[in-house]
Design a protein. Sequence first.
Length: 214
Amino acid sequence: MGTQERRERERQEFRTKILEAASQLLTTEGYDAVTMRMIAQKIEYSVAALYQHFENKETIFGELSRQVFRQMGSQFNAVLAGIEDPIERLRAAASLYIGFAVQCPQYFRLVLMTRLPRVAPTTPHNGEKDDPELIFFIPFRAAVEDAIRADLLRPELSDDELIAQALWGAIHGLATLEVQAAFLSVWIDFRDLDVRRDFLVATLLRGIQRQPDS
């Protein structure tokens, strides 16, 4: 291995260290509390060393967000690709989305509830907006497209983008409530999450289907 290749490998390994430390601090401290100094202390390097690789905290978490999006996209594609029925695909996508929120709340908050500046890592590169391995919304929208082609939806429903975004918004609302409003359980006797999820998804799908009882 030449000098240039070794330096590039070392650079990538150091960036990985930074991202792993940021990920761990995200879990224990939360996004707002994490600072560049805390990340530097975590990996036992100077703050100046971090700035050689990332402009600021936002670019670190922007890059981490990109990685999480790719993991979500890969998982969605792996599961949904094996489901032929588009309605069942939508049902499975809802379960995956809410499951991600519950199992990885810190990442859900970061990528779907945190307003990061429009820095390079959070701005799509060429072709990324249409990459199903990066954007989990694409296979979700594809299921809606397939349902329209199969004549499974009500005849007046033809805008796949609008339908997919509206369904996603409703599912996101339930996921956000579960992740962000845990304190409400003291005030409200919430039904089991699986029960609420199944009821919401069944109601949404029934509302858009041409023959919901078939």
